[in-house]
Design a protein around this ligand. Structure first.
Ligand SMILES: [Zn+2]
Length: 412
């Protein structure tokens, strides 16, 4: 492989800047929730870029977008690169976006250099990776990998009760293609680390070995409305108070496992009626547990189950776990990791092995084809925050590693 092989960093940075104009947050980051008008706008832009370069574009029934540069042997399954263009409610300009637009930059670089590959290369934008509007996260790659149905995904609702399927149709991205069920050769996902280790060590390429087992839960708490004045303390069933006990119990479990890198989050609380003069009848609490080992996660989950009856008693409400979801990645594909290491060695870039503490679509895709991830530094490890930042200088080596690994795999 030629030694001067490089993507056009300035062009990559221009595409990221163009994306950052769509759905600007108040503090300079992005608020581009899945299936909103801004998500449609960035999808349109991505699709236009694909068409301008003469690539194929296919959209499946869940809005996953696949941009395809043909290979010389159409019979071979393609190599897939991707991530997501949606963001958190107060998200950054790079989370997910860098992975999709690095994929596009790889295709454009191959065109510039007149490089043909044996296999086609496709760049995917997964719908609703973040789960910020419709939970759970990564649900479209979940369906793509056959672990959930299209119908289930379409029935998910946002906080206002709007159906995923209706919003997908409204923005024009309920495509005709079937979801998944086709052969893929490999999947590469480049992503900012979302943690501080690469940035602190001054290392620009992270080799992701796996991801923390994670469990999400929706806990439903039921009390009864009553007047805040005349209702005696002994007669109250305040769902807000019971939810507060649950939130504290969850947090305390996280502290107990902190020595082993366990983490718990009481992340979102919805209350009804949530007004000053009335006791709350319903509370919905979303929580998240993470641990580097599946056994540790199971213990944390068991501790929550044990803690809930006491929270229910103290809050005088009914407390139940209404829904659970989860993801984990015990190890990415050794061959793809080998290609990433080789590419880093070829460009003279030191690497650091990392276990991802965030969830990624690659965990789902890894169940249907070999998958691997490259991490690049983000300044100070800040992410899911509008201040999330990355420099071209720190990012470029990782994108060039992606380019080389993808070419090697696509010529296999
Ligand atoms: Zn992401």
């Amino acid at each position: 492989m030629r030694t001067n092989l490089s993507v056009d960093g300035d062009r990559l940075w221009r595409t990221i800047a163009a994306s950052a104009e769509i759905g600007k947050g108040p503090k300079g980051g992005l608020r581009r929730l899945a299936l909103g008008d801004d998500d449609k706008a960035v999808r349109d832009l991505f699709g236009n870029w694909a068409r301008e370069s003469g690539y194929g574009l296919k959209v499946d029934r869940l809005g996953n977008m696949f941009v395809r540069r043909e290979g010389t042997d159409p019979a071979l399954p393609p190599v897939l690169i991707g991530s997501h263009l949606d963001t958190q409610a107060a998200g950054g300009r790079f989370d997910g976006i860098l992975g999709v637009l690095s994929g596009l930059e790889v295709l454009r670089t191959l065109d510039d250099l007149g490089i043909k590959t044996k296999r086609a290369i496709e760049v995917v934008n997964w719908t609703n990776e973040e789960g910020a509007r419709f939970y759970p996260p990564m649900m479209s790659s979940l369906a793509f990998s056959g672990q959930a149905t299209v119908e289930w995904a379409n029935e998910r609702t946002d906080r206002a009760g709007v159906r995923f399927g209706d919003e997908l149709k409204r923005i024009g991205y309920a495509g005709p293609e079937p979801v998944g069920g086709r052969a893929l050769d490999a999947y590469f996902e480049l992503h900012i680390e979302q943690g501080p280790r690469l940035d602190a060590a001054g290392i620009r390429v992270g080799v992701v070995t796996g991801g923390f087992p994670t469990r999400g839960m929706r806990i439903e708490i039921t009390g009864e409305t009553a007047h805040v004045g005349p209702t005696a303390m002994a007669r109250r069933q305040n769902a807000l108070v019971a939810a507060a006990h649950v939130a504290v119990a969850i947090d305390e479990i996280g502290w107990r496992y902190a020595h082993a890198e366990g983490k718990t989050t009481a992340a979102r609380l919805d209350l009804w009626p949530n007004l000053p003069g009335i006791i709350s009848e319903r509370a919905t609490l979303f929580c998240d547990l993470r641990h580097p080992e599946a056994a540790g996660l199971a213990q944390m989950e068991a501790e929550i189950e044990t803690a809930l009856p006491d929270c229910a008693r103290r809050g005088r409400c009914k407390v139940e776990i209404a829904e659970r979801w989860g993801f984990s990645m015990m190890g990415f594909d050794p061959d793809l990791i080998g290609l990433i290491r080789q590419a880093a060695a070829d460009v003279g870039e030191p690497t650091m092995d990392l276990c991802s503490e965030a969830g990624h679509d690659s965990y789902n895709v890894a169940t249907v084809c070999p998958a691997a991830m490259i991490f690049t530094p983000c300044t100070g490890g800040i992410s899911h925050n509008e201040a999330e930042d990355a420099t071209l200088e720190a990012t470029l080596p990782g994108v060039n590693v992606l380019l080389r690994a993808v070419i090697a795999r696509a010529n296999r």
